[in-house]
Design a protein around this ligand. Structure first.
Ligand code: SF4
Length: 291
């Protein structure tokens, strides 16, 4: 695998969240109880900085639920010349002053960006009445604030194809994780044969990688390639051979249609989009990833 195109590391700190949104690609909720051990996270940050000094987005679940650890890891990442960002649902933004004071703790140790989910899937937010004040306040602290606004997909719309990146902050929902199960009932379905690629990412030169709370490095959330508790990140990049990962190789070379052929699966009802097909096949009993 080539790290030269890598722009972003995602590091999931927890699967615990204040919400259980139906579209969550990480299937997080208030009942999530896994938290990444601090010493492991610190080691991974060090390895990330050796492989590629790029943006690191701390995500969850809700990373602000573990604020002391988040702050220490932002400090660690900044100290290793990564570009620290955090993705939050903003449950803690109960007023402009609370926002400024909390963000200052992170800005002081090197936070560069906040990604704030603000869309219909996240429901009513505590910052709705003053959301237009947040970006200027963040900017005063040297922090870039971005809003993540995912939209419902028009039920009859054809599958989306060729996004620039699969971690887009706007645009229609991609049906991965819990969304593959809970958000597909009213969507039009398309033939398995139509899904003959992964149109969103490169397995040879990914733009982003997702290190989940259990320590697995995912090419895309929920698509693990290696256990970083066993293999070092540097060794993973040196040794990775796509051909040795049957599911990844199938998706990279022929999309969900090829994976279905590999698993000897048929799908008479079709799928909503590429990710829905990919997720459901990989999490079928034959796909072996569980749910
Ligand atoms: S098609 Fe599969 S690998 Fe590609 S972005 Fe969707 S879920 Fe990820």
């Amino acid at each position: 695998m080539n790290a030269s195109s890598l722009e972003t590391w995602y590091l999931q700190l927890t699967d615990r969240c204040t919400n259980a949104c139906p579209h969550c690609f990480s299937s997080c909720s208030p009942s999530g109880h896994t938290v990444v051990p601090f010493t492991l996270a610190r080691k991974w940050i060090h390895h990330m900085s050796v492989v590629a000094k790029k943006r690191i987005v701390f995500t969850g679940g809700e990373p602000f639920l573990y604020f002391p650890m988040l702050r220490n890891l932002v400090h660690e990442a900044a100290g290793r010349n990564l570009w620290p960002a955090v993705w939050t649902n903003g449950y803690w933004i109960t007023g402009p002053e609370e926002f400024r004071l909390t963000l200052r703790y992170l800005a002081d140790v090197g936070l560069k960006q906040v990604i704030l989910s603000d869309d219909t899937y996240h429901g009513a937010t505590p910052f709705a009445a003053f959301s237009d004040q947040l970006a200027p306040m963040a900017s005063e602290l040297g922090v870039d604030l971005r809003l993540a606004r995912i939209e419902p997909k028009t039920p009859s719309a054809p599958p989306d194809y060729l996004f620039a990146d699969h971690h887009v902050l706007a645009g229609p929902l991609m049906f991965r994780g819990r969304a593959a199960v809970e958000c597909t009932a009213h969507q039009a379905r398309w033939r398995l044969e139509d899904f003959d690629a992964c149109p969103f990412l490169s397995f040879a030169s990914p733009r982003s990688l997702f290190l989940d709370v259990r320590g697995f490095l995912n090419i895309c959330p929920g698509f693990p390639l290696a256990d970083m508790k066993i293999v070092s990140l540097k060794k993973f990049f040196m040794d990775f051979e796509l051909e040795k990962h049957a599911a990844a190789h199938a998706i990279a070379t022929g999309g969900p249609a090829r994976l279905a052929a590999l698993l000897s699966l048929e799908a008479p009802d079709g799928f909503v989009d590429f990710c829905h097909a990919c997720w459901m096949l990989r999490h079928s009993p034959q796909g072996g990833q569980g749910r």
